[in-house]
Design a protein around this ligand. Structure first.
Ligand SMILES: C[S@@+](CC[C@H](N)C(=O)[O-])C[C@H]1O[C@@H](n2cnc3c(N)ncnc32)[C@H](O)[C@@H]1O
Length: 208
């Protein structure tokens, strides 16, 4: 019989827990059209979300922006005095987003940044400059959510808002709660949990 010590058992349990949070495949840029449809607009009302989260002049981080379904509304809301930093892994998504923002005359309010799977990788000059950060239907695709929460926390101003949502059919409640714990460890306070249409969502605030 192989005997294990308590720390080893705890380690194995931790590994199992982490493995059960296997991250999911990255949503392919080839299917980007599915992310900007009239049905989605009716279900999620991105315009209302932007009005609730964002004030004119704000600097907004749209992490995992995809083809810009939410980015567009954030850009409308920040006005000429604000900025949206649109971050995604896939060049294909960012290309569509750029064309769309240019067509809609919003590009001067948007900064596009391509990241790597493990890190947002914005230069240190961006630390503590963001008013509102969003991670909309993306964290389940990220290999290391804990690290992501730390990075988002670093980019936010003290008291800055973080809107985090995951699809209910992909991320079980237990996993979402554990992610919220990780976010708390990274310096966030959960202001409220709610449903975003049917999806799990939370408003968090970076400690002042
Ligand atoms: C399901 S889409 C959601 C896009 C957008 N937030 C929306 O709801 O319309 C997920 C997006 O996250 C991006 N993504 C996946 N893993 C990422 C990572 N590690 N870092 C940054 N973006 C990532 C994908 O490229 C894709 O554009």
């Amino acid at each position: 019989m192989v005997r294990t010590t308590a720390p080893e058992r705890a380690d194995t349990a931790d590994k199992k827990r982490k493995e059960s949070h296997h991250h999911h495949e990255v949503f392919s840029a080839e299917k980007a059209g599915q992310l900007d449809t009239r049905l989605r607009r009716l279900l999620y009302r991105p315009d209302i979300l932007a009005e609730r989260l964002v004030k004119p002049g704000d600097h907004v981080l749209d992490f995992g922006c995809g083809p810009g379904f939410f980015t567009r509304e954030f850009a409308n809301q920040v006005g000429d005095g604000g900025k949206v930093i649109a971050v995604d892994l896939q060049e294909g998504m960012l290309r569509i987003l750029r064309e769309k923002m240019e067509r809609e005359g919003l590009m001067k309010r948007v900064m596009i940044h391509q990241c790597t799977p493990d890190s947002i990788g914005l230069p240190p000059a961006f630390d503590g400059t963001v008013d509102v950060a969003c991670a909309i239907f993306v964290v389940h695709e990220v290999p290391d959510p804990t690290r992501l929460f730390w990075e988002i926390s670093r980019l936010l101003k003290p008291g800055g808002l973080f809107f985090y949502t995951e699809p209910f059919y992909v991320v079980p409640g237990r996993e979402f709660r554990e992610h919220l714990k990780e976010a708390e460890n990274a310096g966030f306070e959960v202001v409220k949990r709610h449903l975003f249409f049917l999806n799990r969502a939370a408003h968090l605030r970076k400690a002042v």
